[in-house]
Design a protein around this ligand. Sequence first.
Ligand SMILES: C[S@@+](CC[C@H](N)C(=O)[O-])C[C@H]1O[C@@H](n2cnc3c(N)ncnc32)[C@H](O)[C@@H]1O
Length: 380
Amino acid sequence: MTPSARIAAAIEVLDRILDGQPAEQSLLRWSRASRFAGSGDRAAVRDLVFDALRRRNSLAAQGGALTGRGLMIGALRAEGRDPAAIFTGQGYAPAPLLDSEMVSEGGDAVDLPDWVLPYWQRALDERAEAVAEAMRQRAPVWLRVNPLRASPADAIAALARDGIEVRTDTRLPTALMVLGNERKLAQSRAYREGLVELQDLSPQLACAALPVTPGLRVLDYCAGGGGKALAVAGMADGAEVTAHDADPARMADLPARAGRAGARITICDTPAGTFDLVITDVPCSGSGTWRRTPDAKWRSTREMLETVLKAQKSILENASDLVASGGSLAYMTCSLLEEENADQVDAFLADAPFTELARHRWSPLDASDGFFLSLMQRDA
Ligand SMILES: C[S@@+](CC[C@H](N)C(=O)[O-])C[C@H]1O[C@@H](n2cnc3c(N)ncnc32)[C@H](O)[C@@H]1O
């Protein structure tokens, strides 16, 4: 008998014992009905059964049920073996594990999906647990003061008049953290008249790290709702900002947002020619923003990660063709995972005529959302 078949036999015997039959009688009944079992098999099944009975309750706890299957699943786990390798349903092996018989590989303890744990650990190392803990908390609301409409002092005063208290951040005068009355924001004068925009601190820090000067030709290649395009348009009067997205419907609100902000942004379906700065705020796992979108955290899968990795690679390659000689390419994600961040950039730089000027990573431990920026320059 194979090891799996012996375990299947032990399950059958244990189920009878749990139904009230004495152990010896139950083993005898099984061996009489199993003429194919040699003396070695009979001894092995007997050991499995008695070992399981000695540790019945702890194994049942590890196996998830006080049944023959539960005890054998628990026994394998107690030995540090993966029950799925034995419970295959092949030949005489027990039927494959049910979802209810699976246990978390550790993700439950930190409220992360199991699939992400190795990626999370690799990216964050000794900060892995602290960042996972941060992802269990409610995210703060950050505002970006729009310099085209107001100074930070004016924006703070306008917000205060509507009962919204904020605090400033030493790293960026235009970043304000809302301390209370967030629900009043949408109706506040400061928001309705474009003095402030909703934008997390980390992407604000990323945009502030971009080399934006008056007259610069900027392309936001993955513009979506336009958060980065609007931030850049506010950084230097006269920067010529063009917004593009593979799904133009995602930019539907951008003209109204730009109007409110007093920003000039050109929307373009097929960007051509070259730009001084191309921003690729690529689709990603969103793992850096999971405290804002906890539903996305639980929906995420390894397959989804594989899909976005492919998209990121092709976006980076295609967008880089639009960077002028000596111009800049900014690669951004709201992910914490190295596969989407450093690995993508390193793979790109291995072949492309670009040099990396700066690389930044932000997490809730040092800023707000998890965010990544690589700023590269096309070789002249
Ligand atoms: C992270 S979101 C951008 C968020 C946006 N920059 C903002 O600040 O609001 C990524 C965007 O990339 C777009 N996208 C996906 N594939 C693309 C591609 N191949 N080329 C250009 N944009 C793409 C998506 O439609 C999505 O709007």
